[in-house]
Design a protein around this ligand. Structure first.
Ligand SMILES: Nc1ncnc2c1ncn2[C@@H]1O[C@H](COP(=O)(O)OP(=O)(O)O)[C@@H](O)[C@H]1O
Ligand SMILES: [Mg+2]
Length: 255
């Protein structure tokens, strides 16, 4: 076996597959451009790292249950002027995670709450910050099941291990006192320990109705809001954009 084949085999055995893939090309480039060994090693190791980062990002994105298409880049800030773009860009630096702050998006259906929560989650994954996203109803179901099976403690710990927990769609369906209680336990544990991003279609004044109890709703809000950024989105539903555009066109043609 030639030394060259042995090197390729060794690289593959060591799982440095991108280096093995790019090595032949760089050997050609070396001949033509007189590259130094260090130049080549730098390029090859960068290729391997790039590949590994991309792969880790994809795995983390799947684990976190985030949608790769709902990003900051794909969000049309002009459509929703009630949102301060600079504030969202600041969130995407993940400074709020360092400060263990929460972000709460409040607004009616279709204004972009889930999109923005997801987009910040994507930025976190890029920076390898552990993130998990769940719909509120599913979270409560899981916690109640865990309680029934005497493993609530373990389930709470599991949700708390993420630096960002995204809880989407609080308030679409009311929950009973038991559900409210397990959510309170989760919020209480995360309080001042790690961040949450929440979305809700209900103003805080209605949270007593969501949690079927004013006292527990107040206790939850008290902790959530203590270190938090509340983003009120007041604008049209993006789902109506096409209709609005069509109406705009019709108006113009009728003038
Ligand atoms: N400003 C926006 N720019 C681009 N897409 C948007 C915008 N606002 C909402 N969308 C899209 O419209 C749909 C509804 O938005 P979503 O975030 O689910 O709304 P909400 O969670 O507030 O009900 C999604 O497909 C989302 O990607
Ligand atoms: Mg939503």
């Amino acid at each position: 076996m030639s030394k060259y084949v042995t090197v390729i085999n060794n690289l593959n055995f060591l799982k440095l597959t991108k280096i093995a893939e790019y090595l032949p090309g760089y050997m050609e480039a070396q001949k033509q451009n007189n590259l130094s060994l260090i130049d080549i090693l730098l390029e090859l190791t960068n290729k391997e790292l790039e590949f590994r980062n991309e792969r880790a990002f994809k795995v983390n994105q799947t684990v976190a249950a985030l949608n790769g298409e709902k990003t900051i880049e794909s969000f049309d800030f002009e459509f929703q002027p009630s949102i301060n773009k600079f504030e969202i860009m600041d969130f995407s630096t993940l400074r709020f995670v360092e400060n263990k702050e929460n972000i709460i998006f409040v607004g009616s259906s279709g204004v972009g709450k889930t999109h923005l929560a997801n987009a910040i989650g994507i930025e976190a994954i890029k920076q390898r910050i552990s993130t998990y996203s769940t719909p509120f109803a599913k979270l409560i179901d899981n916690l109640l099941l865990a309680q029934k099976e005497n493993r609530l403690e373990k389930a709470l710990k599991n949700y708390c291990k993420y630096k960002i927990l995204i809880v989407d769609e609080i308030g679409y369906l009311p929950i009973d006192a038991q559900g409210a209680n397990v959510f309170f336990q989760l919020v209480n544990r995360k309080y001042e320990n790690s961040s949450m991003i929440l979305t809700t279609n209900q103003p805080f004044s209605k949270w007593g109705e969501i949690f079927s109890n004013n006292t527990i709703a107040n206790a939850i809000l008290d902790r959530l809001l203590h270190h938090s950024h509340v983003i009120n989105i007041t604008g049209p539903s993006y789902r109506m954009k096409k209709i609005i555009n069509l109406e705009g066109k019709e108006e113009k043609t009728s003038q």
